[in-house]
Design a protein around this ligand. Sequence first.
Ligand SMILES: [Zn+2]
Length: 86
Amino acid sequence: MSEAAHGHDEMDECVAALTQVHAFLHGEMPDADADAIRHHLHACERCMENFEIEATINEMIKRAHRAVHPPETLVSRVMSLRIKRT
Ligand SMILES: [Zn+2]
């Protein structure tokens, strides 16, 4: 049986969009693919919500990484290693 209902096509698009959410948010996909996802988000509220949640988490992680500084002990250890090697 190869009956393709319209609902199934929509589901496939949602699954495809959601599996690529990270690549999309990190800008790791071709423009054509990103455009296709953008089009889907405008047409699909559910995916738009999911992407907004992912984008918020993504932004929080980025900020957290920026706020993290290497501990002083690590910095001095690296410095002393360099001095020993030269
Ligand atoms: Zn969708």
